[in-house]
Write a protein of this length. Structure first.
Length: 357
């Protein structure tokens, strides 16, 4: 009888211990799930609250690093994604990146890769070495692909560092399945010696402004002043340019910290900019700012959480936010994320709840 009681008390103790552990794990999980929304001094945007988890990884390739997934709905009803890819190691985007095209029946995939649409031209061209950062838009009956490129051999004309040769270009096609032809042999934005953006520019973001103009937002590195990355904008009456830089640039900058990867859209009478945070809120989240005119921007809010909020993976930083519009509204957020099945990098997709944004 005494032996049975001892065993019963042991079993009871084990059950109580297991229940306590389960409760503790539940508390830890709840804290982890809510940490992103409570640990920051900045409010969470309605856009962030609209993002549905979990997310979906797309375009996971064993032999390629994939980045810069930019989506568009085609006339064939398919989702077309243009993306950067390069082999061997992550840092090779500076020297070996090309832009490829994939299609799927739905934003979450699976995607069929159709092939390369743009690569470095070689020779003495400004974009001889690499092409990167694509963003796709339909303008009239054409499809326009802004991108950045560089020529590593030109670095010695500046400070000898590869980023100094990054510039923005434009290619246009009649059809998403057609040939994308570069516009001219020079970058789409001119460099102005001595200005805040005289070192480099990249991260193109096109806004088809309600007034009929084309506004091209971009990131530049103010290397010769405060060494911070900031956002500027240039205007054109024609999609091919010429583009005139706004005299009030930069339009988005922060004291002692940086920002990059803008994506700008106009929705329900307001301008929105989503970008990669580099330390305003946290280096692994996104920023959202809003504007009534596309030039003067609000205080930042959280645009999206850390990657571990949406994926059961070790956290990594999101980059290159792009929005897929369906039926006139923002429907999916596309991002780039390291890691995944092959421990490289891929695109990711987060669905937007239309009742919340």
């Amino acid at each position: 009888m005494k032996k049975s009681l001892t065993i019963s008390f042991s079993v009871l103790a084990l059950l109580i211990f297991a229940a306590a552990c389960t409760h503790r794990k539940g508390e830890q999980k709840a804290k982890a799930e809510t940490a992103d929304s409570t640990e920051y001094a900045y409010p969470e945007s309605a856009f962030s609250k609209s993002l549905i988890k979990p997310g979906t990884r797309i375009l996971e390739e064993e032999d390629w690093f994939v980045w810069d997934s930019t989506p568009i709905l085609g006339e064939d009803g398919k989702i077309h994604v243009f993306f950067s890819r390069w082999p061997d190691e992550f840092g090779n985007w500076l020297s070996h990146s090309e832009i490829a095209h994939a299609v799927a029946d739905k934003p979450e995939g699976p995607y069929t890769i159709l092939g390369t649409v743009l690569k470095g031209r070689g020779g003495d061209y400004w974009d001889a070495s690499t092409v990167h950062n694509p963003t796709i838009h339909k303008v009239g009956d054409k499809y326009v692909l802004f991108y950045n490129g560089n020529n590593l051999a030109h670095a010695d004309r500046y400070d000898g560092k590869f980023p100094s040769t990054q510039r923005i270009g434009l290619a246009i096609a009649d059809d998403l399945y057609g040939e994308f032809k570069r516009i001219g042999d020079e970058p789409i934005l001119k460099m102005d010696a001595g200005s805040w953006d005289s070192y480099m520019n990249n991260n193109p973001a096109l806004l088809q402004h309600p007034n009929g103009q084309y506004w091209l937002y971009y990131k530049a590195w103010d290397r010769y002043n405060d060494n911070l990355r900031k956002i500027g904008v240039a205007f054109a009456e024609n999609i091919e340019g010429p583009y005139t830089k706004y005299k009030g640039n930069p339009v988005l900058t922060f004291d002692s910290t940086q920002v990059e990867d803008p994506y700008v859209f106009h929705y329900k009478g307001k301008f929105y900019m989503i970008s990669r945070d580099m330390g305003v809120i946290h280096p692994r989240v996104g920023l959202m700012v809003t504007s009534d005119d596309g030039l003067s921007w609000s205080n930042p809010q959280l645009a999206y959480h850390k990657s571990s909020y949406y994926f059961d993976e070790n956290p990594n930083r999101f980059e290159r936010p792009q929005v897929l519009f369906l039926e006139g509204r923002p429907a999916y957020l596309f991002l780039s994320l390291k890691g995944g099945k092959y421990d490289k990098s891929s695109g990711v997709v987060l669905k937007i709840d239309p009742s919340k944004f």
